[in-house]
Write a protein that binds this ligand. Structure first.
Ligand SMILES: [Ca+2]
Ligand SMILES: [Ca+2]
Length: 346
C-alpha cells in the first residue's frame, strides 16, 4: 500500500524527519479530526471551501498542528481579496487604511507617485512621495518627503501604539541611499509630524515588510513586528513605541513575508493561538515553504510550531478563530490552499 510521506520538524532540534500515513489512516484522520463544515470566512477571506483527502500532522513544542488541503477554487482575487479601497492620487496600487474607533486620524493613504527610487520590488518602480491623513473634521493633512526618500509601501497602517488616545500612522519609508525603515507619524499641535523611526537599514535596495501590529507582549501598548530583508534571509524584529522612540524588544532569524516583485504584502497573520492574552504571529520561513508560528515567551521570540508546505506561500495569510481553534489559511504558488490549525482534543 502506498504511503504518503510528509516532513515535519521539531522546534527543539530544528531537524527534519518524516512521518508516514497510509491512505487508510489518512481517511480516518480526516474524518476524526477535520471533516467539518467550514463557515464562510470573514472578509477579506470570504470563500467557501471543502476538504480534500489530504492531511498531515506536524508536532512541535507540545502543540500539534494539522494541515489540511482545502478544495478552494484558487483564484487569488476572490479567495484572498483585498477589502480596502483604492487610494486617490495616482499610485497604481495604493490603498486607503481606515481606523476603527475613537481617533484623531480617520484615514491614511499615499499620493504623489515618483520613479526616483528604482528598487522596484513591490510590483513596479513607482513609489509614493507624500503621506495623507483625513481628520475627523473632514480636513486633510499631508507630509511630503524629501527627494532622497520614498514611501516603499502601498498603504499606511493606523494604530494607537502607546495607548494615549492619539493614533499613530505606521509606514515603510525608504532612503534612496540607505534602504528602508519603519517610520511612525502622528498629530501634534494640529500638524502631521514624524514621531519615531527605526532608522534606515543602511544600504540602498534593502527593504523590510511589516508583519503585524499587536500586543505581542500582552501589555497595554502595541508593538510593531516586521521582517528586515525578506528576500535575502529575513529577520523578524519586534519594536515598541514608548517615550517617543521605537526600541527593539525581540528578534528571530529565518523569515520572509514577501515575494520579490509581488504587490501582495500580507504574507503574515496574527492571532492569540493559545489564549494567554498575547498575540502570536504566523508567517513564512525564509524559503516561504514552511509556515512558522511564533510568539513571545519569557520575553523572547520563540517558534511555537512550524508546518512544511508543498510549495511556497505567495498569497495573503488568512486567520479565523482564536485560541485553540485558530486556523490559518495559506495559498501556495502551486495554486493549492491549505488550512493549518491545532489538533483539538480527541
Ligand atoms: Ca498614540
Ligand atoms: Ca498567545
Amino acid at each position: 500500500m502506498r504511503q504518503l510521506r510528509y516532513p515535519i520538524r521539531s522546534r527543539q532540534t530544528q531537524q527534519r524527519s518524516t512521518i508516514a500515513f497510509s491512505p487508510a489512516k489518512l481517511v480516518h484522520f480526516v474524518h476524526s479530526i477535520a471533516l467539518k463544515k467550514v463557515r464562510a470566512w470573514s472578509l477579506p477571506f470570504a470563500f467557501s471551501v471543502g476538504f480534500l483527502g489530504f492531511s498531515a500532522l506536524a508536532v512541535s513544542a507540545g502543540n500539534e498542528w494539522v494541515i489540511q488541503r482545502l478544495a478552494a477554487d484558487v483564484d487569488d482575487t476572490s479567495v484572498f481579496a483585498e477589502s480596502r479601497q483604492r487610494a486617490p492620487g495616482g499610485l497604481p496600487d495604493g490603498l486607503i487604511t481606515a481606523y476603527e474607533g475613537r481617533t484623531d486620524i480617520l484615514k491614511a493613504w499615499y499620493t504623489e507617485p515618483t520613479t526616483r527610487y528604482g528598487h522596484g520590488i513591490l510590483g513596479d518602480r513607482i513609489e509614493a512621495g507624500t503621506l495623507n491623513v483625513r481628520l475627523p473634521n473632514g480636513n486633510d493633512l499631508s507630509l511630503k518627503l524629501s527627494d532622497t526618500e520614498v514611501f516603499e509601501d502601498r498603504y499606511p497602517r493606523l494604530a494607537d501604539l502607546d495607548g494615549d488616545g492619539s493614533t499613530e500612522v505606521i509606514t515603510i519609508r525608504s532612503s534612496l541611499s540607505a534602504g528602508a525603515s519603519v517610520t511612525v507619524y502622528g498629530l501634534r499641535d494640529g500638524a502631521l509630524i514624524e514621531k519615531a523611526t527605526t532608522g534606515f537599514i543602511g544600504r540602498s535596495n534593502r527593504w523590510l515588510n511589516i508583519a503585524g501590529i499587536a500586543r505581542f507582549f500582552g501589555r497595554k501598548t502595541m508593538e510593531i513586528a516586521f521582517v528586515r530583508t525578506p528576500h535575502i534571509g529575513g529577520t523578524l524584529f519586534i519594536h515598541r513605541f514608548e517615550n517617543g522612540r521605537l526600541r527593539q524588544v525581540a528578534s528571530l532569524d529565518g523569515f520572509s513575508n514577501h515575494q520579490i516583485g509581488s504587490r501582495e504584502m500580507r504574507l503574515s497573520a496574527i492571532a492569540d493561538v493559545n489564549g494567554n492574552g498575547r498575540m502570536e504571529l504566523a508567517l513564512p520561513s525564509d524559503s516561504r515553504a514552511v509556515l512558522r508560528i511564533v510568539g513571545i515567551s519569557e520575553g523572547n521570540l520563540i517558534e511555537l510550531g512550524s508546518v512544511d508546505l508543498a510549495a511556497r506561500i505567495d498569497k495573503a495569510i488568512g486567520v479565523k478563530g482564536t485560541g485553540n481553534s485558530t486556523r490559518f489559511i495559506v495559498g501556495l504558488d502551486n495554486s493549492e490552499v491549505y488550512e493549518i490549525s491545532q489538533k483539538g482534543p480527541e
